[in-house]
Design a protein around this ligand. Structure first.
Ligand code: NAP
Ligand code: ZN
Length: 348
């Protein structure tokens, strides 16, 4: 076992405080990573505040991890000490089921092991990336291209793959019109990826406050959802709506913005149930769908695509003692566009 500094919440809703945790000895296929940067995803807040049901405490959140390999197990073949790597939302899966074999580890029939607020197959609780070091199987690490700095790459490990995956699956590309709802951590990367894939992108935000940024990220249209004319002007416009909002939306209003057969894909994960009228789908044979992160091969594909297209997260770097305040700012939609923790400041 080795010890490492981390930020931990003692119980549901408790503030994050510096502590020391243990990481396991390297197994054959393990790598140890010196973490340089850890992104703050809204999912971290949902889980620390136990908004998604019972969670495991003490909790060290963090599933947007970027760092450098510091040691490798005897059987490691993919990475060497000094390699720049990332870890996202998963740290293990059975490796044997059809989904794992297909590189869709997030659907593993045994249950993928989440990076934190999860339990490993060894029965130990998992501890995430708000920490200075992590030990993980090389199968759940991805290579960070040299073109991407570690702090702007970290958010790609969750926010990046979560938006890239549904954009690819639902065919965002030349000749398609895509709306991204919510210009936060996921949303700003959704805009960048959709534009790089060749789609015509509209941002639907609560206000026009971030319009210049949205256009810089690649949107050609930017509308405020607080303005009722948005919903009349844009009725029947989109092939795809990517909903990244962490709270419930009035679905019927948004479904009316789809063209016939268009899809509204939800990645935002509010804690309360949602509702919609069946007729909002029936009329234009529309689709209401969801999407969950993405597998390891596609996460690598996304990072390589990002590097090739000059896509990185827009980040606000913070030190460990600013994390609790950052949580409140994310909840208040006051983030531009991802907080990233400089992990060197934990316990400093
Ligand atoms: P975020 O940075 O807080 O972004 C969410 C954005 O939604 C806000 O910036 C805001 O954008 C908008 N918004 C917030 N509250 C709203 C409200 N009441 N009404 C309308 N719009 C509102 O969060 P994030 O880290 O991007 O995560 C977004 C959601 O995705 C969270 O629920 C998270 O748990 C979930 N998530 C899901 C997956 C998955 O695999 N499906 C993966 C990661 C995260 P504007 O200011 O532009 O309106
Ligand atoms: Zn996340």
């Amino acid at each position: 076992m080795s010890q490492t500094a981390a930020l931990s919440a003692a119980s549901a809703g408790a503030p994050l405080e510096a502590t020391v945790i243990e990481r396991r000895d390297l197994r054959d296929d393990d790598i140890a990573i010196d973490i340089a940067a850890a992104g703050i995803c809204h999912s971290d807040i949902h889980q620390v505040r136990e908004e998604w049901g019972t969670a495991i405490f003490p909790m060290v959140p963090g599933h947007e991890i970027a760092g450098v390999v510091s040691a490798v197990g005897d059987g490691v073949t993919r990475y060497n000490v000094g390699d720049r790597v990332g870890v996202g939302c998963m740290v293990d899966s059975c490796g044997d089921c059809g989904y794992c074999k297909d590189g869709q580890e997030q659907w593993c029939v045994q249950g993928a092991v989440m990076t934190y607020n999860g339990e490993g197959y060894d029965g130990e609780p998992t501890m995430g990336g708000y920490s200075q070091q992590v030990v993980v199987s090389e199968r759940f690490a991805v290579r960070i291209p040299d073109a991407l700095d570690l702090d702007v790459a970290a958010p790609l490990l969750c926010a990046g793959i979560t938006t890239y995956n549904p954009l690819k699956r639902w065919g965002a590309g030349p000749g398609t019109r895509v709306a991204v709802v919510g210009l936060g951590g996921l949303g700003h990367l959704g805009v960048k990826f959709a534009a790089a894939l060749g789609a015509e992108v509209t941002v639907l935000s609560q206000s026009l406050a971030k319009q210049a940024d949205g256009e810089r990220f690649g949107a050609t249209d930017y509308r405020a959802t607080s303005d009722p004319s948005t919903f009349t002007d844009l009725a029947g416009s989109f092939d795809l709506i990517l909903n990244t909002v962490s709270a419930n939306l009035p679905f019927d209003q948004y479904l009316a913005l789809l063209r016939p057969t268009g899809a509204m894909v939800n990645v935002g994960a509010p804690s309360e149930p949602s509702s919609f009228q069946a007729f909002s789908l029936i009329g234009g044979s529309k689709v209401l769908a969801g999407s969950n992160i993405g597998g390891i091969p596609q996460t690598q594909e996304m990072l390589d695509f990002a590097a090739a297209h000059g896509i990185a997260a827009e980040v606000e770097r913070i030190s460990a003692n600013q994390v609790n305040e950052a949580y409140d700012r994310v909840v208040a939609s006051d983030v531009r566009y991802r907080f990233v923790i400089d992990t060197a400041t934990i316990g400093a």
